[in-house]
Ligand binder design. Sequence first.
Ligand code: SAM
Length: 301
Amino acid sequence: MQRGYGRALPQLWRRIAGPPAPDKKGVNYRHAFHAGNFADVMKHAALVSALEYLKKKDKPFRVIDTHAGRGLYDLSGREAAKTREAVAGIVKLREAADVPPALKTYLDLVRGFGDHYPGSPLIAARILRPIDKLTAIEKHPEEYMALADALRQHANVRVEDGDGYARLAAVLPPPERRGLVLIDPPYEAENEFALASAAVAGALRRFATGVYLVWFPIKRRSDADALAGELLTAGATKLLLLTLNIGGDATERLTESGMLVVNPPYGFDAEMRETLAFLAKHLAQGEGAGSRVEWLAGGAG
Ligand code: SAM
């Protein structure tokens, strides 16, 4: 990935002009139509793996989920039936045998919810120890209410209604000085890639050692390249790219999903290589299926 003035100029401009204004689109997004699809499986398997690594040290840490969703999704509901995305994702995966160990932790957790699917905040809440904390932020009022209900039994969780990007700046650095930030916006707004990269750039200035998981859909390779370039310019010195492509007809639906991981825990890359290769094999819909785990900066060790 290239660095230099070409990459630095948009960053510099944003520092002068402030973050880009949110686009009006995206307010109608409902994750229930997509819960448990291949992209959710990938992002949640990565989340579980990273959290398990963070738990290897005794010291507490904090998770910040900037776009948390409603927390729990009914796979037998109208939305899931309409898209059938979960059928090609988690429902298919639940049948797989010989699952790699890291993926098994995620699958066992999900299986425990029966015909419902847990979203990222509920997954994190289940994995955290009592000493760890979760801040889950959701902007949509109905989704926020459902989320507060889904997480009400967890004492170490704070649910906030508001703009995840704005709140992220306010809650960093975490008092624990150890933490993981998940940024998982709907990407319905045209400037969502710019919003996400500006949020990570600001967050890195406040909390350079945090682990950041930034999910994105891959419709145009240039969006992913630009996002990675912005994170490098923002000072990410350890940056890992994960992609999962399920193949098949990309004109009708999303077939490739990506994640950029800043400061991945040691060992996470090897674990994700195995996990994503397994997912690509078991969730393949047609030609072109495959996965990538690639260091864009830094590297193992
Ligand atoms: N992270 C969730 C998971 O993995 O289960 C799914 C999140 S979904 C892709 C995106 C969510 O972000 C939606 O529930 C949407 O209402 C919410 N949202 C959209 N814009 C937001 C913003 N600026 N701040 C916080 N939440 C936002």
